[in-house]
Design a protein around this ligand. Structure first.
Ligand code: FAD
Length: 283
């Protein structure tokens, strides 16, 4: 049976799973939490619920519906997606999931910390992807911004090729020990054409050639970058059937352009799930 891994259990991920599992695929959803619906209260504008429905209930019912049809769920944080023999390896904090095709349904978030000049130095010292850009910083000094599992994972990727790597927790408590870190709050990035210094709120400055942003967990933007997906702003670019520029990879819901609404996420998920079935019949 061909394996589809879906990242995200919001309306887009669940909808993709419902179509894919009923179409005969072995479907696993990996998600770290309930996404946007977890923050919402009552949903009044979705078809079929006279008087509205609690967002939590909608989320739970979607998950139960998918489970009943045979979808497997993994609660974990995805830190990357890589090409592998089977097609893809979806890498989580604890394991690798093998996939013949992948649907990214990870919602909107792009974790950009409010540091002065961060956007100015994007692509000129500031990166969102260790596996994509780490190579350019061999024999240089780099930092990883973040304090949790994703930062630790990006640190590990960089350490394979760069000696001088420090985690910058930006004022937060690190959730790990035994890795080199500084917990000073960052004020700004400074430099000329390229990033040269990190300036801290306490007035101190340190030389850095590069910083890799890995705050919180990887969102759709960061995962897309690692795979080499086309991005427009912070949205993944797809065709009108939710296929990305990489065969076998689909994107659906809030991580794709358009209205950020449940109905649209469900529609996108349907397209991604059905397209994955078509793709895996031929490949
Ligand atoms: C407060 C609020 C109120 C809203 N009210 C309405 C409303 O009334 N009507 C309406 O139509 N829409 C409403 N929305 C919008 C709606 O919730 C979203 O459009 C919809 O949930 C998008 O679905 P999605 O599946 O694309 O993403 P999400 O529902 O955000 O799901 C994203 C999934 O990806 C997972 N994920 C992300 N990154 C990772 C990672 N690295 N590893 C593992 N898992 C990951 C998350 O855990 C989650 O499971 C509201 C949103 C909010 C925040």
């Amino acid at each position: 049976m061909k394996k589809l891994v879906i990242i995200g259990k919001g309306p887009a991920g669940i909808s993709a799973a419902l179509y894919a599992v009923r179409g005969g695929l072995d479907v696993t959803i990996v998600a770290k939490d309930g996404g946007a619906l977890q923050k919402a209260d009552k949903i009044d504008n979705y078809y079929g619920f006279d008087g509205g429905i609690s967002a939590r209930k909608l989320l739970e019912d979607g998950e139960n519906q998918a489970r009943t049809l045979g979808v497997q769920f993994v609660t974990d944080e995805v830190v990357g997606v890589e090409f592998a023999e089977s097609g893809f390896a979806v890498k989580t904090l604890s394991k690798d999931l093998e996939a013949n095709a992948v649907v990214l349904a990870c919602g909107t978030s792009r974790n950009v910390p409010p540091i002065e000049n961060i956007e100015k130095f994007e692509g000129r010292g500031v990166s969102y992807c260790a596996i994509c850009d780490g190579f350019f910083f061999r024999k240089k000094k780099v930092g990883v911004i973040g304090n949790a599992g994703y930062a630790k994972s990006e640190y590990g990727v960089l350490k394979n090729i760069i000696d001088d790597v420090t985690i910058l927790t930006d004022g937060e408590q690190p959730s790990f020990d035994s890795l080199p870190f500084t917990d000073k709050k960052i004020k700004s990035f400074e430099g000329g054409e390229k990033l040269e210094e990190v300036v801290f709120e306490d007035g101190t400055r340190e030389k850095y050639d590069g910083v890799f942003v890995a705050c919180g967990s990887a969102g759709a933007f960061e995962l897309a970058k690692k795979l080499g997906l086309e991005i427009d702003g912070n949205k993944i670019v797809t065709d009108d059937k939710r296929a990305t520029n990489i065969p076998g990879v689909y994107a659906a819901g809030d991580c794709v352009k358009g209205l950020q609404q449940i109905a649209k996420a469900v529609y996108d998920g349907m397209l991604a799930g059905t397209q994955a079935i078509q793709y895996l019949k031929k490949n």
